[in-house]
Design a protein around this ligand. Structure first.
Ligand code: FAD
Length: 452
């Protein structure tokens, strides 16, 4: 058992589920606390999700946006990292149940639990779309999209049937939030700039990019003015906007879309990408079942003003997985809520707050520092409360935000150099992909196939 140095008393155990922004910032807030932290994540790395689309479209490498959690936390002597998938919470026994890669179950005891397991892609009850339309939440997703996007141009080049060639040169992106807008814009940019001189039979700049959304404007969360600017920029890039459109079917050759009048139209497309919705991973349901917590439609867990589950002051939920006053699922909310949860635990046990006395921290307050979305080279939109700007100033704002929050000095320096090359010479150096079918890869947490 962990013991407080010199005192022989058992150390306060904190288990953090998830090493994303929420989990990482909770661990950082507890760095000086007299606690033994176990950070459990089903991935080995902390991932900077806002730049996944740049991995998918060949600008950045996966190593530039992901840092091993052990490396990030190596100077936090009170943190132990565990690679496992948390599957259940034993609230009465104060332990979590996790599955190691390969299937073995382990339990990890806690005095305080911070759950920061994020969200995953939602197909709104149509999980069968996923095999044809990958979402973008993990490195594996971004690499799958990279393979499909650059692979589509290769397949178009060798297609002998003109209809097939047109299909491979048609890309459909579902969802016109920041991720969908960034993906759609980047596909047009790589087609019209990076790939323009590389093919002999096809004209990559003929590639069509169709962007579908059920709402009436792209980037609606940025407000009407920036949304209108985004729509204009997308049209200038050559992205075809299909608003008020609900996707009703996806298969290997395209998608069916119903418009507001109720008419369903078929669009042939060799590549369909999904950026349309999120839901919590199964661990949120397990936690809600064990604690009686209330979940919203996406599965997010409703928390008290101090970010704990009602009746369970020892369990905090932070980041994308929490529902508190409908705060948006953005990195800043995850960081601030993670920091708050860590500080609250420190104050509760009177550790690392100067006088050793327990103290109750005031309720969580979110400070909106703004959000940004990249539209095209030198063109982005930034919204920070009443302050909104677009175009080149927006792009500078976007650059500043992303450099400031990318984890690790080396990643920051590497990203700046790569962006400089991409900006000045349209270079996309990270375009390698394998032709291995991604469907043959197996999730290490799935039960291994029987040998019989
Ligand atoms: C493509 C994309 C673009 C985005 N762009 C922006 C942007 O421009 N600006 C912005 O502010 N936000 C953006 N976001 C949102 C932002 O990334 C999230 O709000 C933020 O990552 C949430 O942090 P989190 O810690 O709650 O969850 P995450 O960062 O998702 O971390 C959750 C962690 O939990 C782990 N985990 C999940 N389930 C389990 C389990 N059962 N057991 C163990 N570990 C588990 C995961 O492996 C992961 O490491 C974007 C997100 C995506 C996907």
């Amino acid at each position: 058992m962990d013991r407080t140095a010199g005192s022989g008393a058992p150390r306060h155990r904190v288990v953090i589920v998830g090493g994303g922004f929420g989990g990482l910032f909770a661990a950082r807030a507890l760095r000086r606390g007299d606690v033994a932290i176990t950070l459990v994540d089903r991935a080995q790395h902390h991932l900077f999700q806002p730049l996944l689309y740049q991995v998918a479209t060949g600008i950045l490498s996966e190593g530039q946006i992901a840092a091993p959690l052990r490396d990030v936390l190596k100077r936090h002597r009170n943190v132990e990292c565990v690679l496992a998938d948390v599957v259940d919470v034993d609230v009465a026994g104060k332990q979590i149940v996790a599955q190691r890669p390969g299937g073995e179950r382990i339990t990890l005891p806690y005095d305080d639990l911070v759950v920061a397991a994020g969200v995953r892609q939602s197909y709104f009850g149509h999980d069968e779309f996923a095999q044809w339309a990958p979402g973008m939440k993990t490195i594996a997703d971004a690499l799958a999209i990279r393979r499909r996007v650059f692979g589509a141009f290769e397949l178009a080049e060798t297609a002998t049937d003109p209809a097939e060639q047109r299909r491979w040169l048609t890309f459909a992106v579902v969802g016109a939030g920041p991720t969908g807008v960034e993906l759609a814009g980047q596909i047009r940019e790589l087609a019209t700039r990076t790939l323009r001189a590389e093919f002999r039979r096809i004209r990559p700049e003929d590639a069509r990019v169709l962007l579908f959304d059920g709402g009436s404007a792209p980037l609606a969360s940025f407000g009407p003015a920036l949304s209108a600017k985004a729509a204009t920029s997308l049209r200038e890039l050559g992205v075809e906007l299909h608003l008020g459109s609900i996707v009703t079917g996806v298969d290997g050759e395209g998608l069916d879309v119903r418009d507001r009048a109720g008419t369903t139209v078929r669009h042939d497309a060799g590549t369909v990408l999904w950026a349309a919705g999120v839901e919590t991973p199964p661990v949120a349901n397990a936690l809600a079942k064990a604690t009686g917590a209330v979940q919203d439609r996406a599965g997010r867990i409703e928390v008290e003003p101090d970010l704990t589950i009602p009746g369970h002051p020892e369990i905090s939920v932070v980041g994308d997985m929490m529902n508190r006053n409908k705060l948006p699922g953005v990195a800043e909310v995850a960081m601030q809520s993670g920091l708050y949860a860590g500080r609250r635990i420190r104050h509760r046990i009177g550790s690392g707050n100067g006088n050793g006395r327990a103290k109750v921290l005031g309720p969580f307050r979110y400070y909106d520092l703004g959000s940004a979305a990249y539209l095209s080279r030198g063109n982005a939109v930034v919204s920070a409360g009443p302050v909104k700007f677009a175009g080149f100033p927006g792009w500078l704002g976007w650059l500043f935000i992303h450099i400031a929050f990318l984890t690790g000095y080396r990643n920051r320096a590497g990203a700046i150099l790569t962006w400089a090359a991409a900006f000045a010479r349209d270079a996309r150096r990270e375009r390698a992909f394998t032709t291995q079918q991604i469907e043959r890869l197996r999730d290490v947490y799935d039960t291994p196939p029987s040998r019989d």
